[in-house]
Design a protein around this ligand. Structure first.
Ligand code: NAP
Length: 237
């Protein structure tokens, strides 16, 4: 296992939730951290809260010029965690699907991740890693959300394809079950219980528990093209 002490770690989506927890864990492991997200006030507040010299930079992954500028400003680095995600991305039932509007909903999670990989590869260390973020809806489809399942699969497919294309840089993805980010906490106790009561570990995960998987994938120097599920055992039931 490689150490993160002295490594440079970038987290796109680091203003909140899982991304912020990844940045905090990397920083605690001795990494120099740069966090990015689209809202300047939020990302600057996150960097200040992280402390230890963490830097916050605005980046909108929907905009390739913004992504390019983010990596140019960041300079050489070792690891990228991509946790950016817009909410309200559910696509709705097939019979009512607005195809053109649905295409736009892939801008952050699929095309944003692709833009990040394209510009990351120009500055990442050959021993470095990229970790993308997917979700369990890829493997546990729900009625009314077929395109959400398809969208979640694109993340895992992209990680596997990039692992071949960008080698020896390692590329993996973390597939999240229900994780108690600030966004998820707004769902309320009853809804959370409904989603988690039947899991082998019958609760939502914490952002710190999710962050462990990203740190593992940064350090695991012989692991590439893999999807690590952090789902309380949800894939077993
Ligand atoms: N939490 C869960 O239970 C769960 C389950 C499955 C999958 N996931 C996925 O995991 C990821 C992280 O989830 P989370 O719960 O930690 O959500 P979150 O707290 O909302 O984090 C998402 C981050 O992405 C940033 N972001 C949004 N649009 C962006 C853009 N255009 N460019 C750059 N950054 C952007 C947001 O900051 P700004 O607003 O400042 O841009 C925010 O910091 C998401 O992709 C989510 O879909 C989460």
């Amino acid at each position: 296992m490689a150490t993160l002490d002295g490594a440079r770690v970038l987290v796109i989506g680091g203003a909140s939730g899982v991304g912020f927890a990844v940045a905090a864990a990397a920083s605690a492991a001795g990494a120099e951290v740069v966090v990015g997200s689209s809202q300047t006030a939020r990302i600057e507040a996150a960097a200040q809260k992280l402390g230890r010299g963490a830097v916050g930079r605005t980046v909108d992954v929907k905009d390739e010029a913004s992504v390019e500028a983010f990596f140019e400003a960041a300079g050489a680095f070792d690891h990228l965690a991509f946790t950016a995600g817009d909410w309200g991305h559910m696509f709705g039932p097939t019979r009512d699907l607005d195809i053109d509007a649905s295409k736009a909903r892939l801008e952050v999670r699929l095309w944003g991740a692709a833009r990040a990989a394209k510009h990351a590869i120009r500055r990442i260390a050959p021993h470095g890693s990229i970790t993308l973020t997917g979700g369990m809806l890829a493997h546990r489809p729900m009625p009314g959300a077929p395109l959400t399942t398809a969208s979640a699969h694109t993340t895992e497919g992209l990680a596997m394809g990039l692992a071949r294309d960008l080698a020896p840089v390692r590329v993996n993805a973390v597939c999240l079950g229900l994780i108690l980010s600030e966004q998820v906490q707004t769902m309320g106790e009853a809804v959370l219980k409904g989603f988690t009561a039947n899991l082998p570990l019958p609760r939502a995960g914490t952002v710190e528990e999710a962050a462990e998987a990203y740190l593992y994938l940064m350090r695991a120097t012989y692991v590439t093209g893999q999807i690590v599920r952090v789902d309380g055992g949800g894939s077993l039931v």
